[in-house]
Structures are given as C-alpha cells and as structure tokens.
Design a binder for this molecule. Structure first.
Ligand SMILES: Nc1ncnc2c1ncn2[C@@H]1O[C@H](COP(=O)(O)OP(=O)(O)OP(=O)(O)O)[C@@H](O)[C@H]1O
Ligand SMILES: [Mg+2]
Length: 179
C-alpha cells in the first residue's frame, strides 16, 4: 500500500494548535493518531487543542495523561482517548488498559506510540513532531491510503493554513512507499 507523506513547518505553538483544529472535525470513532517525537515536542499541546476543538470548549481542562496513562472524553459524537504511554512497561499493559478495543470504538490520540509494539494499528495516522534549533517544529504526517482524502484539508495546506494564520506554516508533499 502507498502511504502519503506531508511535511509542515510549525513556527510556533499556535500553528500546532491550528493544525489540530483543522483535523478535529474530520475525525470519527476508529481513528487513531500516533503522536511521535521527543519529550517537549508538542504532542500534548496538539492533543489538547484537538480535544478542545472536538468538545467545542476552548477552555476545557485537558491534563497531560503522563501519570494516569489515559484520559477519556466524550464529545457527544465520539469518545476520545488521550494516552501517554511513556510509562507503559509492555504492550500487554496497553491491552489491559483497553487500548486495543478503543482503537476501534473511539478517537485515539496516542503519545509515545512506540510502546505499543504489535498493538499498533496498521491504518493509523502518524504525526512526528521534531523540535528544530530555532524552537519551531517540523511535523511529518504519514498517511495510509484510508486517510488521504481527509487530509485534503491540509494538502495545498501551505495556502489554507496561511489563510487562517498568515506565515504560520509551510508545507511540502511527497509520495512515499511502504517498506
Ligand atoms: N510549533 C511549535 N513551536 C514552538 N513551541 C511549540 C510548538 N508546538 C508546541 N510547542 C510548545 O512545546 C511545549 C511542550 O509541549 P508538550 O508538553 O505538548 O510536549 P510533549 O511532546 O507532549 O512532551 P512529553 O513527551 O513530555 O509528553 C509546549 O510549551 C508548547 O507550547
Ligand atoms: Mg505530552
């Protein structure tokens, strides 16, 4: 299967939040977003903006699930699971948390998805946040075919993001092939 890859530059935290707000309305139960990148990359910031957009509550409290591992929300259309798996010892613990079930019944936002091992859903959307020297972030989105139509809200997205927030993002698209 051919994955598509989209690389964005997110100059500041608001650009990260704007991207999350753009993706939020198109999501549905069964969608899994794997939020990759080092400590402080902006994974929780992205998840918080996305959850607030889904809840239509810009000030909703969205704590980082660093210690609870999972926080759940209900936006009236779908359940949302926000997980931080940094402290997950073994993928089996992910199944014990009910993550494998949630992958089919909820919108799932997963920080430190590397911990999932074999539990990783094959059709998930990958978002890799990379802090750059100037404190901006490079974001690489890798999308299985099932996501590509929905990512149209982002592609050509230089313009569409720039429309809402001038100079806040630049994009390049490139096809990539599954290994
Ligand atoms: N595009 C960006 N440019 C600059 N700063 C950003 C950007 N996106 C997010 N940030 C900032 O990065 C900081 C750290 O973000 P966050 O806590 O979300 O990291 P994290 O990836 O969840 O880390 P952890 O692995 O510890 O959970 C926040 O203060 C946020 O405002
Ligand atoms: Mg975090």
């Amino acid at each position: 299967m051919t994955d598509a890859s989209l690389t964005l530059t997110l100059p500041d935290a608001e650009a990260t939040a704007l991207l999350a707000r753009k993706l939020a309305p198109g999501l549905a139960a069964g969608d899994v977003l794997l939020l990759e990148g080092p400590i402080g990359a902006g994974k929780s910031h992205f998840a918080r903006a996305l959850i607030r957009a889904r809840l239509q509550a810009p000030d909703a409290e969205v704590p980082s699930p660093t210690f609870t591992l999972v926080q759940t929300y209900d936006d009236g259309k779908a359940e949302i699971w926000h997980a931080d798996l940094y402290r997950l010892g073994h993928p089996d613990e992910g199944a014990e948390l009910g993550l494998d079930q949630a992958f089919t019944t909820a919108i799932c936002l997963i920080e430190w998805p590397e911990r999932l091992g074999d539990l990783t859903p094959p059709d998930a959307l990958h978002l890799r946040f990379e802090p750059l020297a100037d404190d901006s972030r490079r974001l690489q989105i890798t999308a299985p075919e099932s996501w590509q139509r929905r990512l149209a809200v982002l592609s050509g997205s230089g313009e569409s993001l720039a429309e809402d927030a001038p100079d806040s993002a630049q994009t390049q698209t490139a096809p990539s092939q599954d290994a």
